[in-house]
Design a protein around this ligand. Sequence first.
Ligand code: S3P
Length: 198
Amino acid sequence: MLMLPRLLSMEFCFCYKWRMNGPRQIQNLALIGFMGTGKSCVGRMVASQLHFDFIDTDELIEARAGKSVGEIFAQDGETAFRKIEGDLVAELSRRQGTVFSTGGGLAANAENLKTLKETALVVCLWATSETIWERVRHQTHRPLLRDADPLAKIQRLLAEREPYYRQADVLVNTEMRSTKEVVQQVLHQFRLAQSRPS
Ligand code: S3P
């Protein structure tokens, strides 16, 4: 296993086990990571393989609010959106047998990360800012990327969030990997974590 000092240096590791913070009840799986890293798609496939429920936090927030994330940002502000995310994490952590796909900013918050870890293996899907930009550049629904220089915004946000993403239990690099390969790695790591005595 390569021990590399910085997340950005892990571009060539397919999967890197970070740490397990002592014994925990791993009964859920939480996918965290930046926009465009494939959390929703991978999450759906992993949930289906595990016969788990699947919850996409953005979709649940939109369904409950009766409006899109973009509309929540525009009408209520980002702070209100983050409050909804925080309340949702506390609620979701009481579930069992569920794969969560989280919005890119949800885990960039110490309290949310701590709560997720109480019952879930936290897996971060990683990609470089350039790859993220290639993946999202033709999409228009993300309010944070409605910016004069979206690539610079991605670079800045990714750098800000890196210390949080680094605290995931597992990092899976999605660069140059098919979705199927990423799904297999996530499943492998989850089964490993579940088989460890708690
Ligand atoms: C956000 C990411 C989005 C969504 C919202 C804010 C972020 O989710 O929660 O637009 O702060 O990175 P995705 O990561 O699913 O795009």
